[in-house]
Design a protein around this ligand. Structure first.
Ligand SMILES: Nc1ncnc2c1ncn2[C@@H]1O[C@H](COP(=O)(O)OP(=O)(O)OP(=O)(O)O)[C@@H](O)[C@H]1O
Ligand SMILES: O=c1ccn([C@@H]2O[C@H](COP(=O)(O)O)[C@@H](O)[C@H]2O)c(=O)[nH]1
Length: 291
């Protein structure tokens, strides 16, 4: 979208310049007819049509740009130090499929993604990267210019602009990779299609989605319980309702997208923690991810 906006700005300038030039030459012609007291011939009047079209195009493009020039914020974490291969090709994600394994962990708010991810870290040595945790840390970082923006999005249960979250994840993955870690659980991400595409194009392809299915009333109960001690600005009835809505409307299409690629491993999470974990391990074993 931003490349497009940049090119429409250039186009606008070109059209404006052409319209101006043409207008100047038409004014000159009109003056010539006026001074010779002749009526402009029909052909000359017709030649005003392209000028009118150019004028309308210039006005239209100017109006369009007025609504699109503001760029979204770039994450304060950007740019990060990238491995050399990052600059080899802009078309390739930062990491090739044989360099790191990324498993996305998705499910409704309170489905138990964090709880199960922590168990996988302990038992199988994954690196757990929770997009929500990364955003909350960035929010608390006094040097970040996005603290307030992130706080507002989280309080409203909305999805923070993908540039910020993708940059935070990239930084965390690169840091861990540079320490020899290659297995990542990316928890609570991607929960919007633009995030999914940005991450897959720029960073790495997800191997699987571990998808936690959970009835809404169970998730609501868990979140309200968690809210008694979590201190989270979004663990309250009003925001939870918004988060459920965003999950259905915005995040489920992401699950469907990966489902079509045969990458979704489903787990039913309305069971005790260890029972859910048994399903998780069974699913990963089936795919040869854990032994
Ligand atoms: N299987 C389970 N049975 C009962 N309680 C659970 C279970 N799994 C998690 N919980 C509890 O539910 C709450 C939410 O769990 P958790 O934080 O893991 O969910 P989440 O999906 O990561 O949530 P969010 O998306 O809001 O971060 C926690 O208080 C956790 O202890
Ligand atoms: O990719 C993401 C992940 C999270 N958010 C925001 O954070 C909160 C909390 O996320 P949890 O996974 O429940 O910790 C979420 O409601 C979003 O507001 C985000 O914007 N993008």
């Amino acid at each position: 979208m931003f490349k497009y906006t940049k090119s429409t700005l250039q186009l606008t300038r070109t059209v404006q310049r052409s319209a101006l030039k043409m207008a100047q030459s038409r004014v000159l012609q009109c003056r010539m007819y006026a001074s010779s007291n002749k009526e402009a011939p029909k052909k000359q009047r017709r030649s005003l049509v392209p000028l009118a079209i150019l004028g309308i195009a210039a006005l239209g493009l100017t109006y369009y740009n007025m609504g699109h020039v503001s760029k979204p914020p770039r994450a304060s974490v950007d740019p990060v130090s990238r491995p050399k291969k990052d600059i080899e090709s802009k078309e390739q994600p930062l990491f090739k499929d044989n360099e790191i394994s990324v498993i996305y962990v998705l499910g409704g708010p309170g489905a138990g993604k964090g709880t199960q991810s922590a168990k996988l870290v302990k038992e199988y040595g994954f690196v757990h990267l929770s997009a929500g945790d990364l955003l909350r840390a960035e929010q608390k970082d006094a040097s970040s210019k996005y603290g307030e923006l992130i706080a507002n999005y989280i309080k409203e249960g909305r999805i923070v602009p993908q540039e910020i979250t993708v940059a935070l994840l990239r930084k965390a993955i690169v840091n861990n990779y540079n320490q020899g870690k290659t297995k990542f659980l990316v928890d609570g991400f991607p929960r919007k299609m633009d995030q999914a595409l940005a991450f897959e194009n720029q960073i790495a392809h997800g191997k699987f989605v571990l998808f936690f299915q959970c009835p809404e009333d169970v998730m609501l109960h868990r979140l309200l319980e968690r809210g008694k001690t979590s201190g989270r600005s979004d663990d309250n009835m009003e925001t939870i309702r918004k988060r459920f809505h965003v999950f259905e409307e915005t995040s489920m299409p992401v699950v469907d997208y990966f489902e079509k690629q045969g990458k979704v491993l489903k787990v039913s999470c309305d069971h005790p923690v260890d029972v859910v974990f048994g399903q998780v391990v069974a699913q990963l074993k089936k795919e040869g991810i854990t032994d």
